[in-house]
Design a protein around this ligand. Sequence first.
Ligand code: G3H
Ligand code: 13P
Ligand code: ZN
Length: 316
Amino acid sequence: MALVNTKKMFEMAYKNNYAIGAFNVNNMEITQGIIEAVSQEKSPLILQVSRGAREYASNSWLKAMIDVAVKENPEIPICIHLDHGDTVQTCKEFIEDGFTSVMIDASGKPFEENMAITKEVVDYAHKYDVVVEAELGQLGGIEEDVVGVSHEDISKHLCDPEQVEEFVKKTNVDSLAVAIGTSHGAYKFKKEPKLAFDILEAIEKRLPNYPLVMHGSSSVLKEFKDLINKYGGAMPDAMGVPEDAITQASKMGVCKVNIDTDLRMAMTAKIRQIFAEKPSEFDPRKYLGPARDAIREMVKHKLHVLGCNGKAAECA
Ligand code: G3H
Ligand code: 13P
Ligand code: ZN
């Protein structure tokens, strides 16, 4: 099966109350770990590339790896998505590179400007059967190339349900990332994790049958956090989105769930463990291989949390 866009995936996910995992890729081991997981679980898949990933590994390398994955897994529908595209030009370049889905993130701009920029990308992308995701409201946290609001300000920048209908109608955008209290990275909450499900419910009421997206949805799994802290790391206060909240959101119109931090932590935890337990090891295959296995097992678990395991055929 060739690369696909997300139309069919989102249609089935919405109808059957599950969500598709959108996993960030930066290198071969991460990509292979994810692919092995979806292949074993027969799940549809969104692989996403951030600007940081493109700067690190280059689009052509990442795209070539994904093309191999598509060729070797004809039964798995795979979408290749630009994560947090910052300008119209960036989105156009990724479309020219063969991506089947792009995100234009103009969420830091005033509402009217966000709409105008999004519409320009949509008008261009749809000519090539590429789908577009936009964002309303702003997330917290700071990643390498994605700047969000400070923790204290997250609640002031949540998605305003009153804006969603006008935004979708005027832009014709295919899916909408809505800020409901998550943030990027490993430090999402200071105390108790809390998502604004009331806002999600209000959005879903206004946009029935419309696919929503949740960014910043890593759970910061205890297993990896503990390994990292045990073997010389320092992430004592890391806290993510509880997995039952992800499952709940997947039944409330959220069809795409973005996960990057959990991949990073699985890989880091395994490598730290091996370096600590076997200081003489210097063959990268002996620590990157187990890191890839850890990613595979973690992703398999996530596919069950999202409910998209076994759904490859219906999304193809
Ligand atoms: O949205 C944020 C992703 O985790 C990508 O992060 O820009 O550091 O690759 P990155
Ligand atoms: P996490 O940092 O929670 O993995 O979020 C990733 C993300 O939203 C990528 O767009
Ligand atoms: Zn994001």
